[in-house]
Design a protein around this ligand. Structure first.
Ligand code: NAD
Length: 512
């Protein structure tokens, strides 16, 4: 490759004036994919100022205009899917099917907020403290500039899940893309620009996490962060120092419970996808399985057999089931977790080793048993294709084990009885619980909130909750003049009796 061919045309859309680039490696080959320009703090401030200026007319243009633009972007995402899938796979190392999940999610979110934003954010009358005497309504004002910080693992879906509702609510956006995944973000962003989103309204910067990330937090009126719990905690602290709101979508150690009434081989088929999708580099994928003793042998054998049968390799088509890890750092982290577990006595039922013959960062989907609390992978997020299967003797034990974690992002229950699974779901400390599915049931339910309990985060994306993050509620209450409120002592003395009667009447009428 020549020096010029390493400059990808998409990076012209970034705000970067430093002249400094960093190489981005293609996971399937280990070769330099392109040289990524990095942004300075001043670049962030410039992009933020441009987005603020563009936001004013975007807000003025109103919901109908924004709806039309977002629906057009939906169509362009679908029309351009093959190009987007190529870029996404080349940058992430995931399979085409798992890359398609991102296009599906992105288009779904664009349509959802295009269609629902006006209704969620319309001005509404609310009950007044004193009926007739006061009239109250609530309206919503966009925050202004939303800072979005995204990781490398789901670049298209995670960007759109935050950027689209921010835009739909009338905001501008300044996004810090991870260097790995930035091309996918810029390519999908072009669909929105071509659909009518002003380019300056959605600025994208990249570069050093702390330097550029801090500048984005400082520039924004609200911050959406997706990434690890340690970084998210720092982002939250920094935002809070200036009383800037933040939603934090962080890590997980997601459990899957297999109850004793499942058909074991059917449960195993569903569970395997839930663990190894995107090579486990997915915040909501499963890393712990608790299986009832009576079905454990059959389930575990079927699970290990299915795992061994997964076809793995670099392919820009739908011929593989699992792909590559995304980076050398990810390979090192996964290898470390597996080596540590094996050294401390875990049993490897499938996988357990790297596959340099397939590509530099390939690692076999790995199934472990006999995983104990002294092992790194017991409680800490591996964020890779490694699962620990443990046997439990009761539903109670399964629920207790699933909840025994600092995280609470996603969970799953497999059962032959939906009502039983729902009862178990009700007792799990997780922001989403999937029944007879690992994560896709909740992940694709865009009308329902997604987020984490405990150290998995703060706030929710998706659904009306995901939109309301991006607005300030403003209450407007008017004195109708039908009755003058008391101001002096004697006026109070004359009115308190009437007020007590009113309060008692409202209670009898069960009025809110
Ligand atoms: P990370 O925290 O290292 O980085 C995330 C982003 O933050 C990157 O763009 C990075 O450059 C930036 N960053 C780094 N330091 C920063 C700082 N001081 N201030 C502001 N930004 C900074 O996470 P990662 O390794 O890229 O992603 C993997 C993690 O993300 C996993 O823990 C995974 O579970 C989590 N994740 C969570 C969700 C969710 O929805 N809950 C989704 C995807 C990934």
């Amino acid at each position: 490759m020549t020096a010029t061919s390493l400059t990808h045309p998409l990076v012209a859309d970034l705000t970067s004036t430093t002249g400094v680039t960093v190489p981005v490696i293609a996971p399937f080959t280990g070769e330099v994919l392109h040289e990524m320009p990095t942004s300075s703090e001043q670049d962030v401030r410039d992009a933020a100022a441009a987005a603020r200026a563009a936001q004013r007319s975007w807000r003025q243009a109103g919901f109908a205009h924004r709806r039309a633009v977002l629906l057009k972007a939906h169509d362009l995402l679908l029309e351009r899917r093959e190009e987007l899938l190529d870029i996404l796979q080349t940058e992430s190392g995931k399979t085409r099917g798992q890359a398609f999940e991102e296009i599906f999610e992105g288009a779904t979110v664009a349509r959802y907020y295009a269609v629902s934003a006006r209704n969620v954010l319309r001005t509404r009358r609310r009950r007044a403290g004193i009926p007739i005497v006061i009239k109250t309504s609530v309206s919503y004002k966009p925050k202004g500039l939303v800072g979005v910080i995204t990781p490398w693992n789901y670049p298209i879906a995670l960007s759109i899940m935050d950027v689209v509702p921010a835009l739909a609510a009338g905001n501008g956006v300044i996004q810090k893309a991870d260097n790995q995944g930035a091309l996918s973000i810029l390519a999908s962003r072009r669909a929105f620009i071509d659909a009518g989103v002003p380019a300056a309204l959605w600025g994208v910067v990249a570069g050093d996490g702390t330097l550029v990330g801090n500048a984005v937090v400082d520039a924004a009126d609200y911050v959406c962060f997706t990434g690890s719990t340690p970084t998210g905690t720092k982002v939250g602290e920094r935002a809070m120092a200036t009383l800037t709101g933040a939603s934090l979508e962080l890590g997980g150690k997601n459990p899957l419970i297999v109850l004793d009434d499942v058909t074991p081989h059917k449960a195993a088929a569903g569970a395997v996808y839930s663990v190894f999708s995107s090579m486990g580099q997915l915040c909501v994928s499963v890393e712990r399985i608790y299986v009832a003793r009576s079905v454990a042998d059959e389930f575990t054998t079927a699970f290990a057999d299915r795992t061994k049968a997964l076809s793995q390799g670099p392919a820009l088509d739908y011929t593989t089931d699992v792909g590559s890890l995304t980076s050398a750092a990810q390979l090192e982290r996964v290898q470390k977790h597996v080596d540590d577990a094996v050294a401390k006595g875990a049993t490897v039922l499938a996988g357990g080793r790297a596959r340099p013959d397939l590509g530099p960062y390939f690692f076999e989907p790995t199934v472990l048993t006999n995983v104990t609390p002294d092992m790194e992978c017991f409680a800490h997020e591996t964020f890779g294709p490694v699962v620990a299967i443990s046997i439990v003797d009761s539903e109670e034990e399964a629920i207790a084990a699933a909840n025994d974690s600092e995280f609470g992002l996603n969970a799953a229950v497999f059962s032959g009885s939906i009502s039983r699974a729902r009862r178990v779901a009700d007792r799990l400390d997780a922001g989403s619980v999937n029944i007879n599915e690992g994560y896709r049931a909740s992940f694709s339910s865009t009308d329902a909130p997604m987020g984490g309990m405990k150290h998995s985060g703060l706030g929710r994306r998706n659904g009306p909750e995901g939109l309301l993050r991006f607005v300030e509620a403003r209450t407007v209450a008017e004195a109708t003049g039908i009755l003058t409120l008391p101001r002096t002592g004697p006026e109070w003395a004359a009115m308190t009796g009437t007020m007590i009667v009113l309060l008692k009447a409202l209670k009898v009428l069960r009025r809110r």
